[in-house]
Design a protein around this ligand. Sequence first.
Ligand SMILES: C[S@@+](CC[C@H](N)C(=O)[O-])C[C@H]1O[C@@H](n2cnc3c(N)ncnc32)[C@H](O)[C@@H]1O
Length: 276
Amino acid sequence: MSSRYIVQYVLKEITAKLNSIIPRASREAQLLLMAHLGCDELWIITNQNTQVKDIDKLYEWVERRVKNEPFEYITNRVSFYSEEFYIASGALIPRPETELLIDEVIKNIPHAKEVMTIVEVGVGSGIISIMLAKQFPHAKIIAVDISQDALEIAKINIAKFLLEDRIELRLGSLLEPINEHVDYLVSNPPYIANDAYLESNLSYEPQNALFGGSVGDEIIQELLNEVLKRKINLFTCEIGYDQQDKIRNFLNKEKYKNLDFYKDLSDFDRGFTLRL
Ligand SMILES: C[S@@+](CC[C@H](N)C(=O)[O-])C[C@H]1O[C@@H](n2cnc3c(N)ncnc32)[C@H](O)[C@@H]1O
């Protein structure tokens, strides 16, 4: 193998390829190489003259990245709430702001040992249900998704965290596959309007994970109807930054104890908890 394939040259070559499309190309080149080799930054620094193995696969990754495919889909890895999850193009890439939804649910359940049934609608990769199962060891969790591809990815993550006995996956729409009593409903539903302008890298993500209807909040409203109809005591839901007023109006004539909105780190509305 030629010296062209030693770490320092490979990093330079990848940086040059990524430069046109990615702002921090040299850092991203390093991250791609680290993911490819399964090594850390220190190894890269101390092994500048080591040959890179399986170079064709690495350059295939770089070509995908040049086309703006998200890093997480290429490496099949994503971090969420300090844990590492498997991810692939059949499920939405978990967003850091969804960690706030986990914090919100934790805040609303005073005893970690509480026995209850939590249902998640729109499980995607499984991150929410998995973090809640870890946090509440006596809770039974039922996680629904309309996408079989998403359920396959959630299944891989549930097995990774050895939670097969705690989280049951069901295929279907909203609460259709749920007949049992629900104590707590959680959801990060699709809530973007169908005609919203989105950045090009979002085209790689499943469109039914992003778009919630012509206005955007249709699925949120359907979930609110289910919560009222089934008398589900607690419902925590992620929303878009401009959806608070619509949700307040929608619930205007309904009876409930509390409706609290929470904000993200940029101070935008990011979700709410409804307590009946
Ligand atoms: C925004 S993603 C959230 C995924 C994951 N829970 C997360 O927070 O990263 C929304 C998920 O809802 C699912 N979904 C869309 N419409 C649905 C419906 N009517 N019933 C159940 N799931 C639905 C999508 O397939 C997608 O997995």
